[in-house]
Design a protein around this ligand. Structure first.
Ligand code: PLP
Length: 413
């Protein structure tokens, strides 16, 4: 590649990012990020923090007081939830239907949980009954789910799980990183106790900030953990005697005291990322969350129609597909990586590869956030068809683009 002089000004190549994330950030978000810094206890800054809480309550569709940002990528949000809630020896149940389910297991094991799993073949999701049966058998303290697993493009239905968890006294968490703002998510109506997300998927921002929300019940659990005796920490919530949270950075008790009226010093809020998260939320709430979800649905449907029109097979159970990512089966005789390279080098378009059991078998194409747009979808389809034709794949002439166009035209009528 071209990076020769480390003193050159940074100037990344122009790319259209149509993979499973990250995607091109909305220019409004980039502009917000370039705003000047202010002190972390400046009233303007604490106002911004309060505004972020308010904006994300609207996006999560929750009344939860504790709706805030974890500084770090989406994994930081996941880790904060798990290390703060799981006590050593706690039983957790993880329905695994892709790579990110395995990540939840891995983090829960580090928290010394007793991890129980049920597994679905990649490309499928779980019925509520199957999850309830497992809950009855395992009797977990927490149910850890992934809403949209980009590794398989599947969306686990969550709407019925909250009632099941309530009936069995189980706390209900979901990693909504990939699905948030592109697919329906009702924190309160679905009885979710904890949800974490990230900016770099449907929210249209860069990675590096993880919006989270926790229910009063979840807060209770966290508050019961022992606090570390520390000079700067004056609020003591040690009414319980549960074992201490092993992480300082991800101690949600301390993070709540930092975002709450106490404003106890913890870390230095990642100001530029907070500006980004705030603008991501504003962009969506101006459009209207339902409209944003509908836009993801429309562009996802157009991409699907285009891919099928091209004569390609799509991966997994389409009835449970996320709106914003599509798995495309790499056709016989075509080398998947060669196609990705030609897409990148000749069209400056990035599409995604795959991991684990799907490696070399499917591409993953995203239509999310700022790139959930007609021009992005049509450009990607045109480029992909041209590349495949170049490599000897014969597609029904012109049908991909027309099929995608038809979806858009039908929407307008
Ligand atoms: C993309 C994705 C993540 C990303 O985590 P990062 O720490 O931001 O890289 C997490 N969970 C799911 C389900 C994802 O799809």
């Amino acid at each position: 590649m071209l990076a020769i002089n480390p003193f050159d000004q940074i100037n990344p190549p122009h790319r259209l990012l149509m993979g499973p994330g990250p995607i091109n950030a909305d220019p409004r978000v980039l502009r917000a990020m370039s705003s000047q810094l202010i002190g972390q206890y400046d009233p303007a800054m604490t106002d911004y923090m309060n505004q972020v809480m308010e904006l994300y309550r609207a996006l999560f569709r929750t009344q939860n007081r504790w709706t805030m940002l974890i500084d770090g990528t989406s994994r930081a949000g996941i880790e904060a939830m798990l290390v703060s809630a799981i006590r050593p020896g706690d039983k957790v149940l993880v329905p695994v239907f892709g790579r990110f389910g395995h990540l939840l297991c891995e983090i829960a094991r580090r928290c010394r949980a007793e991890v129980h799993t049920i597994e679905a073949p990649w490309g499928e999701v779980f019925s509520a009954d199957r999850i309830e049966d497992a809950i009855k058998k395992v009797r977990p303290r927490l149910l850890l789910t992934v809403q949209g697993d980009t590794s398989t493009t599947m969306l686990q239905p969550l709407a019925e799980l909250g009632d099941i968890c309530r009936r069995h006294g189980v706390l209900f968490y979901t990693d909504a990183t990939a699905s948030f703002a592109g697919n329906e998510l009702e924190t309160d109506a679905w009885g979710l106790d904890a949800v974490s997300a990230g900016l770099q998927k449907c929210l249209g921002g860069p990675s590096g900030s993880s919006p989270i929300t926790l229910s009063p019940q979840f807060e209770e659990i966290v508050r019961r953990r022992k606090c570390v005796e520390e000079g700067i920490r004056t609020v003591d919530h040690t009414d319980g005697d549960d074992e201490m949270i092993y992480s300082n950075y991800f101690d949600l008790g301390m993070i709540m005291d930092y975002w709450g009226p106490e404003r106890l010093n913890h870390h230095t809020e990642a100001t530029s990322m907070l500006f980004a998260a705030r603008e991501c939320a504003r962009v969506i709430l101006e459009e209207g969350l339902d409209n944003t979800i509908a836009r993801h649905k429309l562009n996802g449907a157009a991409m699907l129609a285009g891919i099928q029109g091209m004569g390609l097979e799509v991966f997994g159970d389409i009835a449970n597909k996320m709106n914003n990512v599509l798995g495309v089966v790499i056709p016989q005789g075509i080398h998947g990586e060669q196609v990705r390279q030609m897409m990148l080098n000749d069209f400056a378009i990035e599409i995604g590869t795959s991991f684990g059991p799907l490696q070399g078998k499917i591409w993953r194409i995203g239509t999310m956030g700022y790139n959930a747009r007609k021009d992005c979808v049509l450009q990607t389809l045109a480029a992909l068809e041209a590349v495949l034709n170049r490599l000897g794949f014969v597609s029904p002439h012109g049908e991909a683009m027309q099929a995608a166009w038809n979806i858009y035209d039908a929407e307008q009528n």
